[in-house]
Design a binder for this molecule. Structure first.
Ligand code: BGP
Length: 459
């Protein structure tokens, strides 16, 4: 065996509530921003397919967890749907409590450790109506929601995450138009990001007060920024991209402070959020125990070449351009570059600049369109996915051997699910979901390959 992993390594996969639960309006679940957006603008969604049913985990979780066990998982991350758990009148939805309790208990009975994330892009609509993350009151609502989750489930769940990719709602909802409310306004975006960061620290403080003996962290899409060249303008571009898109959440989460350079940038651009001195103390005193890192692709950047017009809105891309590197390896279905060494580079960054804090690869994966054509005797032979995982794991292994505190690897995702922008176009799962045939689950070849890898703790 060439690539051996530690005995306790976390092997599994990740998911999110809106993308896999379905049952969008049953058992008193409230609407979230996705349900609402689909209701008012279905044409914004790929092939007009919205988040109504998604993969029906709400109904099939027992079968799904049994399959996870059969396929060797020792851990699985899912998120709680805030709009399912907490009703608009602030009361707790008992049917949601029963559902999540049963999911957690079934996982534990099957020796699969539940990793729970509290927020995966799905703001309840009743809170978006009062401004969502722009409104400080929503931070308090989130803090209460987090505490309720810890009180309800924290006796059994020992790995908690406050957010998944917090930069994404900022980037796509307030600096771009892919997520509701689809506003482009840098100042409001900074307030949103700041409040999300503060909410993370407040959730951590609630968790610590309860003394439940588990760990709490945050999941960040640590896309490494690579400059086109060593020329000054390219290096500066990569630095500013990294500062805004990575270090804005990574530094306060791990070090308890926003980078000074980011603060200066925000001041210079007149983008300072409303904050209090107490907030800064809260962020300082409530750093994470561990981080999850989602890694899909590198970010290649170059100095600004395109002209910024006077009436262009100010966005992070006013300060750098993306660099389309010739000859790069690409997943044509998603349009994302495949650069396996990124896993190694980001691991070394965490080792050297972030206290060698424990971390795991919380998402990595490959979305492929038209997988049916790879079917042999009813099974998708996804050798491309096996290769994708294997090549990334080689670099993860190298990072481990060089002293990185890497604890596990989760694929995005267990079974094909609904994507925010692409519905069911690109499939990511170890398990096929036949959406035209009662959401039937059929494991792909990669699922068995991964099972073997877990059994051997390496390959
Ligand atoms: C991550 C998100 C996931 C998932 C994944 C794949 O950024 O955390 O929710 O969707 O990306 O991306 P996509 O669905 O856009 O192909």
């Amino acid at each position: 065996m060439n690539y051996k992993f530690p005995i306790e390594f976390w092997w599994g996969s990740a998911s999110s509530a809106t993308q896999m639960e379905g049952a969008y309006n049953v058992d008193e679940k409230e609407q979230n921003i996705w349900d609402y957006w689909y209701e008012i603008a279905p044409d914004k969604f790929h092939n007009n397919i919205g988040p109504k049913d998604t993969s029906n985990f709400y109904y099939k979780y027992k079968e799904d967890i049994a399959l996870m066990k059969e396929l060797g998982h020792n851990s699985f991350r899912f998120s709680i749907s805030w709009s399912r758990l907490i009703k608009a009148d602030n009361s707790v939805n008992q049917k949601a409590v029963d559902f999540y309790n049963d999911v957690i208990n079934t996982m534990i009975e099957n020796n699969i450790e539940p990793f729970i994330n509290l927020f995966h892009f799905d703001m309840p609509m009743y809170l978006q109506e009062i401004g969502g993350w722009e409104n400080r009151e929503v931070v308090t609502h989130y803090q209460n929601y987090a505490r309720i989750c810890f009180e309800l489930f924290g006796d059994r769940v020992k790995k908690w995450f406050t957010h998944n990719e917090p930069i994404v709602p900022v980037e796509f909802g307030y600096l771009g138009v892919h997520h509701y409310p689809a506003i482009v306004d840098f100042k409001r975006a900074v307030q949103v990001g700041y409040h999300m960061m503060l909410s993370s620290a407040l959730a951590i403080s609630e968790y610590r007060k309860l003394n439940l003996g588990g760990e709490i962290g945050i999941i960040i899409n640590l896309t490494p920024s690579y400059p086109r060249s060593n020329r000054k303008e390219d290096l500066e571009a990569s630095n500013i991209a990294d500062l805004i898109l990575n270090r804005s959440f990574l530094d306060p989460s791990v070090h308890g402070e926003f980078p000074m350079e980011l603060i200066e940038f925000v001041k210079q651009q007149n983008l300072m959020p409303i904050y209090t001195k107490e907030d800064i103390e809260i962020i300082k005193n409530n750093t994470v125990d561990l981080i999850g890192v989602n890694y899909y692709q590198p970010r290649r950047v170059k100095g600004k070449e395109s002209i910024v017009k006077a009436d262009d809105s100010l966005t992070p891309e006013s300060f750098f351009d993306f660099y389309d590197m010739p000859g790069k390896k690409i997943n044509p279905h998603r349009g994302w570059e495949i650069y396996e060494k990124g896993i190694y580079d980001l691991s070394i960054n965490i080792r050297d600049n972030y206290k060698n804090i424990p971390f795991f690869i919380s998402e990595n994966g490959m979305g492929v369109e038209g997988e049916d054509k790879f079917k042999v005797n009813g099974r998708i032979e996804d050798d491309y996915r096996i290769e994708f995982i294997r090549e990334h794991l080689k670099y993860a292994n190298k990072a481990l051997n060089e002293g990185c505190n890497l604890k596990g690897y989760h694929l995005w995702t267990f079974m094909d699910n609904w994507s925010w922008l692409n519905a069911y176009k690109n499939r990511y799962g170890f398990v096929e979901v036949d959406i035209n045939n009662e959401f039937k689950r059929i494991p792909k070849k990669s699922a068995y390959w991964f099972k073997e890898l877990i059994l051997n703790n390496g390959f």
